[in-house]
Write a new protein. Structure first.
Length: 202
């Protein structure tokens, strides 16, 4: 890509990310008369609460998205990447609108006594806990991780490792239960392959 094309791609990507957040919060604010359900299973009680994982959950998440953006080779690949992201965000918003879900209230009842817990509480203050299933965090991580794994100069293991680590951070920060997280990964994988199929057939 030329410098101008790269600049244009970054502008569009920034707009998509900002718009994705608006779509995410719109789904939270609507259908509030519907009770939010939890997908908690007994196995979730075995997963420890590790607030220090919030730094991976939050910071590594965005670092990898930025890394993917600078690895895009041409404008067509950039458009393909963004179109898949839009499909993923739209599908997630439909889930949240039709079937609001949350984590158990006990997941937010922790002592705020460290930098990690303060940061986690800050993140949680910006949502109303109704967009839990599927985990959009793990869905985007799966989608981005597979995009990264397709880059020939990197190879698959960085992408796969990223998917795994973000999924672990989702459940150990108690931002999501295991079902939310697995469903998010599956959604991200499905959108990645559907997006590739659409590009190939069209």
């Amino acid at each position: 890509m030329t410098l101008l094309e790269y600049y244009q791609f970054c502008v569009v990507l920034t707009a998509v990310v900002a718009g994705g957040y608006q779509l995410y919060f719109w789904a939270q604010r609507n259908k509030l008369h519907m009770p939010a359900k939890s997908m908690e299973l007994a196995v979730d009680d075995w997963i420890p609460f590790m607030p220090s994982m919030v730094w991976i959950y939050s910071l590594l998440y965005y670092v990898m998205i930025g890394f993917t953006a600078i690895s895009i080779r041409d404008i067509s690949q950039g458009v393909h990447f963004i179109s898949g992201g839009l499909l993923l965000l739209s599908t997630g918003a439909l889930f949240y609108y039709l079937y609001p879900t949350s984590v158990p209230a006990s997941y937010r009842a922790y002592k705020i006594d460290s930098l990690s817990t303060r940061y986690l509480a800050f993140i949680q203050s910006m949502d109303n806990e109704r967009n839990a299933f599927p985990s959009m965090h793990s869905a985007i991580a799966a989608y981005v991780g597979l995009v990264v794994s397709d880059l020939p100069v990197i190879g698959p293991w960085l992408g796969y490792g990223y998917i795994f680590v973000i999924a672990v951070s989702c459940v150990t920060t108690k931002q999501h239960v295991l079902v939310d997280t697995i469903a998010g990964v599956l959604l991200g994988v499905a959108v990645f392959y559907v997006n590739n199929w659409l590009a190939f057939t069209m």
